[in-house]
Design a protein around this ligand. Structure first.
Ligand code: ADP
Length: 189
């Protein structure tokens, strides 16, 4: 199985590039943000809970997120692989993912980290707010909070995969096609 963690700060282009990767490699796309938003739309208990954190730009608690991800993974029978988008976002999540995938004999192959500087992220998120309808994209103070949470809690997850020799940094500045080519090259190297 080809199991990829697509990593990067909010606005780095994980969702856009995930679409390219699933098309080329036939992977199952698991975006925790998308799953939470679907639950909010469906007014589920999980959605209601997640919304209170997401609207403030905070992380949904690990236990909730890990349980949800776990059940999503198990929904798929004999997949070619997964692309994890927006997960893991903490070291505890990374550890839980390793345990889950070890049990399936299908470890993470690679973490691909899209690198984009902060000033560019803010521009992209405010632009996305015009079409996404996402409250967490429209408010500069919430964007600041998400970037702060990324730097404090999520960026350290890189070291987790570096220690396993699975980490690759990808320049996230350029055209969508250029960045896709960099990702393909990193996967096929
Ligand atoms: P972005 O990458 O632009 O921040 P996402 O759709 O990945 O957007 O995430 C939106 C929000 O959903 C996050 O700010 C957070 O509140 C919540 N979320 C998504 N994934 C996780 C996760 N793995 N752990 C905790 N919270 C998460």
């Amino acid at each position: 199985m080809l199991n990829i963690v697509l990593f990067g700060p909010p606005g780095a282009g994980k969702g856009t590039q995930s679409e390219r990767l699933i098309e080329r490699y036939g992977l199952v796309h698991l975006s925790t943000g998308d799953i939470f938003r679907a639950n909010i739309k469906g007014e589920t208990e999980l959605g209601l809970m997640a919304k209170s954190f997401m609207d403030q730009g905070k992380l949904v608690p690990d236990e909730v997120t890990i349980n949800m991800l776990h059940s999503e993974v198990l929904k798929h029978d004999n997949p070619k692989g997964f692309i994890f988008d927006g997960f893991p976002r903490t070291n505890a999540q990374a550890l839980a993912l390793d345990v889950l995938l070890d049990g399936l004999n299908a470890p993470i192959s690679l973490m691909l980290a899209l690198e984009v500087e902060e000033s560019e992220l803010k521009v992209r998120l405010l632009k996305r707010a015009e079409s996404s309808g996402r409250a967490d994209d429209a408010d500069p103070a919430i964007i600041e909070n998400r970037i702060r949470v990324y730097n404090n809690e999520t960026a350290p997850v890189k070291a987790f995969y570096q220690a396993q020799n699975k980490f690759k940094s990808i320049d996230g500045i350029g055209t969508i096609d250029e960045i896709t080519e960099r990702l393909f090259a990193a996967i096929e190297a």
